[in-house]
Design a protein around this ligand. Sequence first.
Ligand code: SAH
Ligand code: DHB
Ligand code: MG
Length: 220
Amino acid sequence: MAQQRWDAVDDYFSSRLIGTDPVLEAALADSDTAGLPTIAVTGSQGRMLNLLARMCGARRILELGTLGGYSTIWLARALPADGRLTTLEVSAAHAQVARSNLARAGLTEQVEVRVGPAVDALAALADGPPYDLIFLDADKRSYPDYLQACLSVSRPGTVLVADNVVRGGAVVDADSADVAVQGVRRFTDLIAAEPRLTATAIQTVGSKGYDGFLLAVVTD
Ligand code: SAH
Ligand code: DHB
Ligand code: MG
């Protein structure tokens, strides 16, 4: 019952506020055909990422966890013409689907898909200019490892958005055997102890069930 209602509400707002987009729909369809898991953000969530990027005037965006590039397209569309997005993906197969979806979206010039473990790519990016917005959505067990690396490619004002921090409510199970839950808990504790970050977490329900986002901004 609850899930049906969440779906209906997602459909309601989505139909009025977001509408349909052949490029985004093709990205999901091709991801499906290629056998990728159906775990991309929803349309409403994609629009939220797009709005956050526009609200902070992002010109340089970093994403961890590309999958088929669905969230990447939403984020990259927030960029000005000379803006750039780098997205990190461990799976060469996922990256290949993403590149094709990004090409259809006309974003090949603006988006770089880097294949390999995100920790390695982050280390390589540490010497470059900081990012304006970072979207964490790769393996949840490694969120704690990603935090320091993300801070080292940040500046005061950088916005951090982390997906999947509620996990059906399992985040409150301190003794959970789920490495994703433990990763999110450690990540949250590290953020709590980090004076350079001001953060909150927002629980969400919708067509992806019950989950949530952690939002943070880097301060001086
Ligand atoms: N952001 C996407 C969904 C990402 S799903 C969207 O909303 O459209 C998580 C992705 O992270 C998967 O494609 C998975 O292969 C990738 N991933 C898992 N472990 C990783 C790692 N260590 N480094 C980089 N990417 C990783
Ligand atoms: C999974 C990953 C995600 O990024 C997500 O939004 C939902 C599920 C997963 O790995 O199962
Ligand atoms: Mg996610």
